[in-house]
Design a protein around this ligand. Structure first.
Ligand SMILES: Nc1nc2c(ncn2[C@@H]2O[C@H](COP(=O)(O)OP(=O)(O)OP(=O)(O)O)[C@@H](O)[C@H]2O)c(=O)[nH]1
Ligand SMILES: Nc1nc2c(ncn2[C@@H]2O[C@H](COP(=O)(O)OP(=O)(O)OP(=O)(O)O)[C@@H](O)[C@H]2O)c(=O)[nH]1
Length: 437
């Protein structure tokens, strides 16, 4: 289960600075191994051996001068639903404001742990100002003065925050059963697909939800395969509220994606691969998820024996260097290839957990590298000596060589292609790193 921390607070108190600080530290640790997702509102962090995600809800409040209570409610509601812990950021510099009080009133309705983070405590003198926020009476926890710009005070805060996480977080999930998320634009047929899985064979094993606000993991045993579909049904209902569709569907995608191994990006055959679909695919890749595309409503397409190949080719072009993503054509309505879609998702999961022995890697790849060695740079020859797959959750291959810094992107792509030709990593992002030897 994902550990999630939400940052709330009025504009300009330093939420994004704080967010970046939390996420940067993890990034520094991880950068050379797995590459880490980072965007404005959502990122990964680590403290004390626990992994968690951080949502900066700040950007969702529009208009920094005129923040209406409805907006605050919307922001905070999101935090309450998604997070294990809420960090309410205030500003020591400005002291307690009316808007802070409004936020506090909304937060009071929650039963999740709340910490008041008194930011801009740049000096000991400023830190004393933090005491003022006790008058909110919002939380039994200590108030933590911090300075997001320098990071001072954040360690003490995080020591406390992580005590609320039930486990280590997503970096260390239970092995074995593939968790599959079905994502896609509204109306492509996601619910119909779930119902088709549910309806026919009626063999759900469990339907467990930690709390109503967590992602729901439904475990299936169908067609001889064990798998889990991750979903956030509670949020889905709210997506029916019109103006919030985009807002909630993004949050929903993040949460389901976070809790899954493989994402099925469902697209509408009559519309093709659209930019939103590409965004979901990129999000999956950045988060090291297995990815496949399910082109649904295939029954609505007028076709001959060449149509499928033609559409596949067009999609491949849009995928560019991510051509390793498999595409399957289905009709949920006519129950066409529904089983194969699940089978493919499970296969992608198997590929994702594939381990190649060092001897096999070297036997197959070193001769290819010998044929096409990395181009010499500044008159220096680059010699790759051996290759090994790192013991990571996602496929990462370390190439040991004399001058790692001299190898350029095109050669990395060459190596990735050779890896994919020799071993089945269909649907799986793979990473290549160079190490000095
Ligand atoms: N002195 C001081 N300034 C800070 C600190 N942290 C953030 N700031 C400044 O406060 C201002 C607002 O910071 P942001 O991180 O953009 O604030 P925010 O809460 O994300 O603002 P919105 O995006 O409007 O919601 C910036 O000028 C920051 O440089 C700090 O620890 N000390
Ligand atoms: N022709 C055809 N229609 C389909 C197919 N799959 C789903 N539909 C129809 O498409 C419509 C939308 O299906 P849903 O399952 O509600 O789509 P969804 O992706 O869950 O939609 P949201 O809940 O809005 O995200 C419904 O009218 C379905 O009956 C299919 O394979 N072929």
């Amino acid at each position: 289960m994902a550990n999630i921390v939400a940052i709330v607070g009025r504009p300009n108190v330093g939420k994004s600075t704080f967010f970046n600080r939390l996420v940067e530290e993890r990034k520094a640790i991880e950068d050379n191994v797995s590459g880490v997702t980072r965007d404005r509102h959502y990122g990964h962090a680590q403290w004390g051996g626990k992994f968690f995600s951080v949502i900066d809800t700040g950007g969702y409040v529009t208009g920094s001068e005129d923040v209406f209570e409805a907006e605050i409610r919307k922001q905070v509601k999101l935090a309450l639903e998604e997070a294990n812990v809420i960090l309410f950021v205030v500003d020591c510099h400005d002291g307690l404001t009316d808007l802070d009080k409004e936020f506090a009133n909304v937060l009071r309705t929650s039963n999740k742990p709340i910490y008041i983070v008194a930011n801009k405590a740049d000096s000991a003198e400023k830190a004393l100002m933090a005491a003022e926020f006790y008058s909110l009476g919002l939380t039994d926890h200590e108030i933590f003065p911090i300075a997001a710009v320098s990071g001072s005070g954040t360690g003490d805060l995080l020591d406390e925050v992580i005590t609320h996480f039930p486990d280590q977080g997503d970096e260390n999930p239970d092995e074995g059963i593939p968790k599959i998320a079905i994502l896609g634009r509204p109306n492509v047929g996601k619910s119909s697909f779930l119902n088709a899985l549910l309806g026919k064979e009626r063999s759900i094993v469990t339907d467990e939800a930690g709390t109503t606000r967590d992602a729901i993991h439904t475990r299936y045993k169908l067609f001889g395969k064990d798998f889990i579909i991750t979903d956030t049904a509670g949020i889905r209902k709210k997506a029916k509220v019109k103006e919030d569709i985009e807002f909630y569907s993004v949050m929903r995608s993040l949460r389901t994606l976070e809790d899954s191994d493989v994402i099925i990006v469902m697209v509408d055959a009559t519309r093709g691969l659209e930019s939103q679909d590409i965004n979901l695919i990129s999000l999956g890749i950045k988060n090291n998820k297995g990815v496949m595309i399910m082109v649904n409503k295939w029954d609505l397409i007028e076709k001959d024996h060449k149509t499928m190949e033609k559409i596949k080719k067009e999609m491949m072009e849009k995928l560019g260097e991510n051509r390793w993503i498999p595409i399957i054509f289905t009709s949920v309505e006519e129950k066409q290839r529904i089983f194969q879609a699940i089978e493919l998702a499970v296969k992608v999961y198997d590929n994702k957990t594939r381990r190649i022995s060092t001897s096999k890697l070297n036997d197959l790849l070193l001769p290819e590298i010998e044929k096409y060695p990395p181009p010499a740079l500044k008159g220096k020859y680059i010699k790759i000596k051996y290759i090994t797959q790192l013991p990571t959750k996602n496929p990462v291959f370390a190439f040991f060589c004399n001058l790692p810094q001299y190898i350029k992107d095109p050669y990395t792509r060459f190596l990735e292609n050779r890896l994919r030709e020799n071993f089945d990593f269909e649907g799986v992002p793979i990473k290549i790193t160079y190490k000095k030897k």
